[in-house]
Design a binder for this molecule. Structure first.
Ligand SMILES: [Zn+2]
Ligand SMILES: [Zn+2]
Length: 323
């Protein structure tokens, strides 16, 4: 352990001198009367002149400064321990268990410093600042660990022995606050930008055709509503158009070619991953659009379920319509 230097602290808020039976909170620095928790910080070896000896006659003595934890910081410590249990792999990446707990404690403290408490479960609290996954915890460490490790009051243990802050985090100077704020903001942005798989939506209420009108898929990330006359799609003549929906790929084909067999062929190729080089006016798929099937037909699990996409790609390649 490095020895503390005699340099002045970069910032000192209002401090109190502690009475004998009080200790400072190792994290936020407030005075804790009748402390329960004991946090010993070994500052290093100090050489003491022996009584009665001459100037070169010195004996080593290790200096330990004792802190405690206030109630709020004790609760946060428990949360940190819980995170070690919840996310053992993230913890292991930080090193030994107590190192991980210390680091988790420090990053959670950033939230309290900035009055934006970080909870452990976003689902329960609806809190925007919640660590609810291993990824979020790893991101939090990535963004705020550096300033977080500089936060604890006990960090300058020797200079701070016998004193306490007048209020929580009073010892944290403006530069460190800015670094912590920037880190937390970056974390919040990173969380929002997280890659989540698009939500698969079922066919909306009111649609008479139970899957995409062309490919028949039953779930999609978005739906376009339209009315479709099944006849141009190979269905029988009906008295009226049906309320239908289209998945994004098929909606795109309908936008280009209108509802009909050309759109159906274009949608089939698009779902098969075939990139068309020319027009598709001459293409006609030998299959029925889903909307042309009897009403009540259950939707497909995948677009054009049952279609031989491999054969289609081979045919397309042969025709010079490359995949
Ligand atoms: Zn505290
Ligand atoms: Zn579709």
């Amino acid at each position: 352990m490095t020895t503390a230097t005699a340099q002045p602290l970069p910032h000192v808020g209002i401090t109190l001198n502690l009475t004998r039976d009080a200790k400072a909170c190792a994290m936020c620095g407030v005075a804790v009367e009748h402390p329960v928790d004991r946090v010993d910080v070994n500052v290093g070896v100090r050489w003491h002149r022996l009584p009665g000896g001459n100037a070169s006659d010195r004996a080593p003595r290790s200096l330990v400064v004792t802190f405690s934890r206030c109630e709020a910081c004790a609760v946060r410590r428990q949360h940190a321990e819980a995170l070690v249990e919840l996310y053992p792999r993230v913890a292991a990446a930080q090193g030994a268990r107590d190192v991980a707990a210390l680091r988790f404690e420090a990053v959670l403290a950033v939230g309290d410093l900035l009055r934006a408490p970080i909870s452990l479960d976003g689902a329960v609290s609806g809190n925007v600042s919640a660590v609810a996954s291993a990824r979020e915890l790893a991101l939090l460490l990535e963004r705020v660990l550096a300033p977080a490790l500089a936060l604890p009051f006990s960090r300058d243990a020797e200079a701070r022995q016998g004193i306490a802050g007048a209020s929580p985090w009073a010892h944290v100077g403006p530069e460190l606050r800015t670094a912590a704020r920037d880190g937390l903001a970056a974390w919040l942005r990173a969380r929002i930008a997280k890659p989540s798989s698009p939500v698969a939506l079922p066919v909306p209420e009111g649609a008479e055709v139970l899957g995409c009108a062309l490919c028949g898929v039953g779930t999609a990330t978005a739906w376009r509503r339209f009315n479709v006359n099944p006849r141009p799609l190979g269905g029988s003549t009906r008295a009226r158009a049906l309320a239908a929906v289209a998945c994004p790929v098929c909606a795109d084909a309908i936008d280009r070619y209108g509802v009909g067999r050309t759109a159906l062929a274009a949608a089939l190729l698009a779902h098969a991953g075939v990139r068309r080089l020319g027009g598709v006016d001459d293409l006609e798929a030998d299959l029925l659009a889903f909307a042309a099937l009897p009403i009540g037909t259950p939707p497909n699990a995948t677009p054009f379920e049952g279609a031989d996409f491999d054969a289609l790609r081979r045919d397309a390649a042969r025709l010079g319509v490359t995949a």
